[in-house]
Design a protein around this ligand. Structure first.
Ligand SMILES: C[S@@+](CC[C@H](N)C(=O)[O-])C[C@H]1O[C@@H](n2cnc3c(N)ncnc32)[C@H](O)[C@@H]1O
Ligand SMILES: Nc1nc2[nH]cc(C(=O)O)c2c(=O)[nH]1
Ligand code: SF4
Ligand SMILES: [Mg+2]
Length: 266
């Protein structure tokens, strides 16, 4: 891991990871809600989810592999921005709501137009991404959650710290005098993951950090979720943080997982 802290890249230094896509359509795995945001800084907030299809990572412990693996591609719909926004509106009964963009990796999709369209009607936008692809339009978000992957997620690719820095730099450019709220969220399964999280905290001391108890239950076992296992991991995590007198961090479960297990679309 690199120890260089370079959160304050000048705007002129930032190169987009993906050039603006010629493909105008969005790859969509599902839209659902309103439900509550079950994770992180906005936990408990009513929201509609737009889940994009496709991811540049392959975390073996991913709870949403149906939006990641190519064998599910035929289930993803290629939709225009207007079609996606029409679904959001319908789900929210035409009342402005927080829209959470997740995936897969939503940073792979040209989502700027959707954000513009929604903002014009009072909707707000949060994104969940691992921070491996930085997009200039992060500046237009209301909330950016970056979830770099600790070893326990079993992602074969190591964290690209320079890319993560760039995601933050784009967000900090802001838009029309407003910057997105930025937070970091790390899934923790074990001590190695905990040490990874400590490193992230040292690298980004000014960004709120959330530790999320990992769900080790394979996603297809919707009815056999090991809630006691998740809660005992959370109990260990709380003890670990207290032992270290690490008082700046926030520890949370995935609330939707406790309520509804591995059920899809909640
Ligand atoms: C499915 S991912 C999609 C967005 C993006 N690819 C990412 O990883 O941030 C949404 C969130 O779920 C978390 N997540 C995935 N699998 C999990 C698991 N088994 N236990 C706990 N959280 C998990 C991810 O770390 C991320 O914060
Ligand atoms: N309720 C609920 N909250 C969530 N927070 C992050 C989610 C995701 O899959 O990105 C998620 C999800 O799938 N459902
Ligand atoms: S980065 Fe996110 S969506 Fe992609 S495989 Fe990992 S947890 Fe799943
Ligand atoms: Mg999820």
């Amino acid at each position: 891991m690199s120890n260089t802290v370079s959160e304050s890249l000048a705007s002129t230094q930032i190169e987009p990871d993906l050039q603006p896509s010629k493909q105008k359509k969005l790859s969509i795995s599902e839209t659902f809600g309103p439900t509550i945001q079950g994770e992180g800084a906005l936990i408990g907030k009513p929201t509609v989810f737009v889940r994009t299809g496709g991811c540049d990572y392959r975390c073996q412990r991913c709870d949403t592999l149906y939006a990641v693996l190519p064998e599910h591609r035929s289930e993803w719909q290629q939709m225009t921005t207007q079609e996606v926004f029409a679904q959001v509106r319908e789900l929210a009964h035409n009342r402005p709501i927080l829209v959470t963009l997740s995936g897969g990796n939503p940073a792979m999709q040209p989502l700027e137009e959707l954000i513009d369209l929604g903002h014009a009607e009072g909707y707000t936008f949060a994104i969940e991404t691992q921070g491996s692809i930085a997009q200039p339009w992060f500046a237009k978000l209301d909330y950016l959650t970056l979830s770099p992957k600790a070893p326990g997620m079993q992602n074969p690719q190591p964290t690209n710290w320079e890319r993560l820095d760039r995601c933050i730099a784009y967000a900090r450019q802001g838009h029309e005098g407003k910057q997105p709220g930025i937070c970091l969220k790390i899934v923790i399964f074990d001590e190695e993951d905990y040490q990874y999280a400590k490193h992230v905290a040292e690298r980004y001391p000014n960004i709120p950090l959330y530790l999320q108890a990992g769900n080790h239950t394979p996603p297809h076992l919707a009815n056999e979720i090991d809630i006691n296992g998740i809660l005992s991991r959370m109990d260990w995590l709380i003890q670990r943080v207290v032992e270290d007198q690490w008082y700046e961090v926030t520890i949370l479960p995935q609330l939707h997982t406790l309520l509804w297990g591995n059920k899809r679309g909640v």
